[in-house]
Write a protein that binds this ligand. Structure first.
Ligand SMILES: NC(=O)c1ccc[n+]([C@@H]2O[C@H](COP(=O)([O-])OP(=O)(O)OC[C@H]3O[C@@H](n4cnc5c(N)ncnc54)[C@H](OP(=O)(O)O)[C@@H]3O)[C@@H](O)[C@H]2O)c1
Length: 319
């Protein structure tokens, strides 16, 4: 089968078309004929072999196997094999979406991918594979971050990087959880972030904590830090509040504030959570945002565009 992988870590041009043996679904697994694979920041870190943070654990794993290494954590397409005895509501031919935990030559940037049955659900009705591929990984991360913060309706959460794929889902899920949402945005993104449901929008940037605090003088109950602001956020948070981080950051111990690094791999087989995201997309709670559709063999272009910043919605590779 055709896949996109790297034989040597490097810049976007390290991504090349590779030929791999077709994988088959074993017991407890299903196989997707991948039509769409979303491009995420973690894919770019893995591609260049970055070992600087938790988010590059893919690259660390890859190091143990011979190349090529195939990135990609989000896939959508049709179910085309179900392993023997697998307990699943899916049938061959169903439109489905999956979270993929890359490992060596196993990744979402491929014509076929085999995943545990817990990692794949029906695609939201009425969505294309391209749209559906934008949901699993960032939707599950957003859900995990909010569940980890364990807020009650009426409490306040601030979201940084709110215009991003993860931040956008956090804003929408938090509103569905009946939280008050303070979100950051550039001037250009303000309308977008408001349209996602943020109650208060503050200007992004170095002073974001001060601006959040200005809008919530007692400090917010919690933050989901989608844009890696780290310790600079402490001033925005009330005593005893919580901060969820997405690249392993644990910041300074201050005023009883606790840090909660989240890792989506921990919930990659949470079928109920993934299916709830499917339902929330169907209900219009979650907006599936596609920036552009790019043929898989042009993956270097997709990585270049993502790394340049300013992409709104996800870039999606098509197979
Ligand atoms: N731990 C996990 O399991 C996990 C899972 C999913 C994602 N993540 C991580 O979560 C982060 C967000 O992912 P994503 O897919 O949402 O990325 P994304 O779509 O690129 O969104 C990031 C957003 O943050 C904005 N931003 C960048 N620098 C900023 C700053 N200084 N202040 C305010 N906003 C800033 C970006 O704007 P510009 O485009 O203008 O730069 C963009 O809107 C990434 O670091 C990713 O690796 C971790």
């Amino acid at each position: 089968m055709r896949a996109i992988g790297v034989n040597t870590y490097g810049g976007p041009d390290a991504l090349e078309v590779v030929e791999l043996p077709e994988p088959h679904a074993g017991p407890g697994e299903a196989r997707l004929r991948v039509r769409a694979a979303a491009v995420n920041p973690t894919d770019t870190l893995a591609r260049d072999g970055s070992r600087a943070s938790n988010a590059s654990s893919t690259a660390r794993r890859w190091g143990k196997d011979p190349p090529p290494y195939v990135p990609g954590m989000d896939a959508a397409g049709e179910v085309d094999e179900i392993g023997e005895g697998t307990d699943t509501e899916l049938h061959v031919g169903d439109a489905a979406m999956a979270i993929v935990v890359p490992d060596g030559s196993h990744g979402a940037y491929a014509e076929h991918v085999v995943v545990p049955a817990g990692s794949v659900v029906r695609a939201p009705a009425g969505t294309s594979a391209v749209e559906a591929s934008t949901l699993p990984m960032n939707g599950l991360t957003a859900r995990l971050a909010l569940d980890t913060l364990a807020l009650a309706p009426g409490q306040t959460v601030a979201v940084t990087g709110a215009a991003g794929a993860l931040g956008g889902y956090v804003v929408q899920l938090a509103k569905a959880d009946r939280l008050t949402v303070v979100a950051d945005a550039s001037e250009a993104d303000e309308a977008l972030v408001r349209s996602l449901g943020a109650d208060v929008v503050v200007r992004r940037g170095d002073d974001v904590a001060a601006r959040i605090r200005e809008s919530q003088p007692g400090g917010v109950d919690a933050v989901v830090d989608g844009s890696l602001q780290g310790d600079a956020l402490l001033d925005a948070v009330r005593d005893g509040g919580r901060i969820a981080t997405v690249r392993g950051h644990r910041g300074a111990d201050e005023r009883g504030i606790t840090w909660h690094p989240v890792l989506v791999r921990d919930v990659a087989t949470d079928h109920a959570a993934l299916d709830a995201l499917r339902r929330q997309a169907e209900e219009g709670v979650l907006t599936l945002r596609v920036a552009d559709t790019i043929p898989a063999e042009k993956a270097p272009e997709a990585h270049r565009r993502l790394e340049a910043g300013g992409v709104r919605g996800r870039l999606v590779l098509t197979f």
